[in-house]
Design a protein around this ligand. Sequence first.
Ligand SMILES: [Fe+2]
Ligand SMILES: [Fe+2]
Length: 208
Amino acid sequence: MACIFETAPAGRPHMVNSIKRDHEEFRKLWKDYQESSDRTHKNRIINEMQRGIAIHNVIEERFLYPVVAKAPIDRAQHHADHGLKEHQQADDMLYPLQSLEPGTPEYEELLNKAMKKFMHHIDEEEQKFLNALAEALGDEEMEKLGKPMDEARPYAPTRPHPSAPDRPPFQTIVAMVEAPIDRLRDKIEGREFLDAERRTAEEPKTSK
Ligand SMILES: [Fe+2]
Ligand SMILES: [Fe+2]
């Protein structure tokens, strides 16, 4: 089963709804992490979350923020600049997690800090400009803009890249070059995501 963040939401494309679908998934994943006591499950959630954030942030930078910057909404350019800055901060906070031992106090402290900031970032996007953008541009435009954005999902990177220059188009170009390398590393290192659990759950039905 493909990663949800690599997949377009069901129904007609819609730029803002597609972004909000990801936000909902992040909220669910983080809640699941906090409520679970199973370390293997928690590690898979974090891998899923990191992959999701990498994909989500790059498609926002490549497709959403340039539209926001020019949209007829209040403080358009500010929202786009602010979003980019916060993505860079998220990458800088998430990157060192890869070299820490999951479950240790320093890992949990850094993870909590990063997630608190990221959850605030997605809430802010929704409250400050996403609804205004959808309203200002209308459904037809949302569909036209949402389609290529969703189609780019499977080609986005799956890991944070803190050293990437933080301005498109450079970041997007660097990120898209890194994407296949990320996916190769995910395979070689045997990085496990939540689909490992779905596969196990489906096994009895498919075997025999
Ligand atoms: Fe964002
Ligand atoms: Fe977002």
